[in-house]
Write a protein that binds this ligand. Sequence first.
Ligand code: BGC
Length: 769
Amino acid sequence: MKDYIKVDEWKIIEEGFDPHHHKISESIFSLGNGRMGQRANFEETYSGDTLLGNYVAGVYYPDKTRVGWWKNGYPEYFAKVLNSANWTIIDILLDGEQLDLAKCEVIDFRRELNMKEGYLKRSFKAKTALGKEVAVEACRFCSMVDDETAAINYTITPLNFSGTITITPAIDGDVMNKDSNYDEKFWDEVTKATQPDGGYIVMRTKKTGFEVATGMKFSIVQNGTVIQPKAEAIQKEKYVASKVELQAQQGQSISIVKYVANLSSQNHKPEGLIVQLTSTLNRIAAKGFDTMLAEQAANWAEKWKHNDIIIEGDASAQQAIRFNIFQLNQTYTGEDDRLNIGPKGFTGEKYGGSTYWDTEAYCVPFYLSTADQKVTKNLLLYRYKQLGKAIENAASLGFKNGAALYPMVTMDGTECHNEWEITFEEIHRNGAIAYAIFNYVRYTADDAYLANYGLEVLIAIARFWSQRVSWSQAKEQYVMLGVTGPNEYENNVNNNWYTSKLAAWCMEYTIEVIEKIKTSDKAKYEALVNKINFDEAIETSRYKHIIEKMYYGYDEKQGVFLQQDGYLDKEQILVKDLPAVDRPLNQKWSWDRILRSCYIKQADVLQGIYFFEDQYDIDTIRRNFDFYEPRTVHESSLSPCVHAILAAKLGDEARAYEFYLRTARLDLDDYNNDTEDGCHITSMAGTWMAVVEGFGGMRVRDGKLSFQPFLPEKWASFSFNVGFRGALLNIKVSKDGVQIKNLSGNEASVLVHGKEQVVKANDELLVEA
Ligand code: BGC
């Protein structure tokens, strides 16, 4: 755990340069706009330890799988988020000596991520080995308004000399993925060009053939006036630059504004890329840096209006929750249903593909409440469009009749994961996709989604489960053999309660939706039946039989659902009794020791109880929580938020807060010692859930939002905005009670502690404590 980030309610601030923190900060200070993003690499050359990262959403490369022991059914490729052309570079020479913070004395270093207005700022003074002193200020952002563009304003002032400053803005397409399986480079150059004030390079991915054109246009200001210096064009393989030599006077600043555009063939015809790129660059350069930045601030102001959480009385918690919301908005804007939310977003390469069950289980609730409904719909459509590949995937594993198994990790619908215990066994992901459909419709009442898309996905998933179960003669029940639950510290187990529960629920929900659509839109239902060859009578009667006869492990003595067969045979030593030196287990213990232990990586039975909370009485929830929580090591960042929500539900406010703290500052404090690989973007949505569903106790009940809030002891108040069926509400929880402001023109009716409250349009009311 580190604590070098300064607390500020709207900013992330690092003061002083410590190279040991550099890669962590490169992750934390990352920028993005849903279409592209990058780690906070320095503009000038840095020869120290760094992880270069520039990413273009949806552009990937299928890296050939590398495993020790090949198993039939493994995918041949792992589609990876691609490190793409580095457009940040502004190289600096001071009388021929390179400015490189790894080799300088660095004074007054400060990095600041302004979350309110969406930009990254850096300032420092540096003294080179030859004694040259300069002051630098750099500001950059990825435009939220014009999402194929970005801009950098870089100012350098010689402090103790007059001489030649050489500024070389560049674009470097010769980049690699650190996680490349065979040390291969994934990009080929298509073409490039340089002009006196800029240049571009077009790169094409090997195999997938994506083309990305990255261009720059720059202007230079010296002593307050724009100058047109002579620039030397430099072209090397996969690299373009313009070298500008300027005579600088001591104390006088030189600024370069570098406008950048990044266009991909996903959104433009390859033959039109260069024309589009040039006109985009001209457009933003004509607009100017300050106007672009002002538009950026206005765009973020609008975003914050919808999704800010304000915490009074705890600046560190305030900073943390805003950081989570900020990063989620930088990662996914919902504009494009071909894109999704990678566990690391645009902050690192780890986890390869972009889509895990994290999206459906964790991110959907966040976007449902904080963004237009079309944003979540696009996340659902992403899966709908990949249904064909999910059916192919299931067929390749021996399933029939249109059964679908969605991939554990994917970019375009193809399975990428290649560890058998996860690829073939962690099939609960299929259930999360059905659950997200249910969650979306419960929240939005968009029943048309079910008729148009949802039911087709549900039937394909139900078909999978109905084939995946086995009939046990011995038990005279259906069993679910050879699975891995969310707790990846158990593999190849039988009757994982969560998976079986989810499977049966999927079939139940499918039947419910069939009934609904049959009545509401018979024609569409019949068209679907024909399209997918659905034999309703035969197939649903099998579902019903499975639902009725599904086996679930239960321990009578303790009154808990059994995580899986044999769980209680394990030595039951609680996490609190584990020596601290043994943690985290995944770094300290051999894998076989972990597998034999009772320790739970992340919410498993409790994930199911969270999903299906309404089906259980409070005593059942408490018994399961009290049993499983002490055995959970939370070695996935997705875990503590579920525990926080359940602890809040059980009235254990202190523990709810404790779990919340574990998720909220996970990256800012580098809690798990792994932030240098990138931020835990998907679990950030879990942090939001811990506040809104945990402390705010928000649920959807009978088509209404319901709140059962409590105020964490340390806080004076907290408030959050949620959108729901045309209304925008601000809920503020303080010692006075619960204040509800209706910020929209539509009347809203909500439940607070079970009692209905009607808030007129643009009105507010207080439910006293
Ligand atoms: C978790 C998975 C999760 C993945 C990506 C793993 O550590 O166990 O549940 O999907 O990370 O976030």
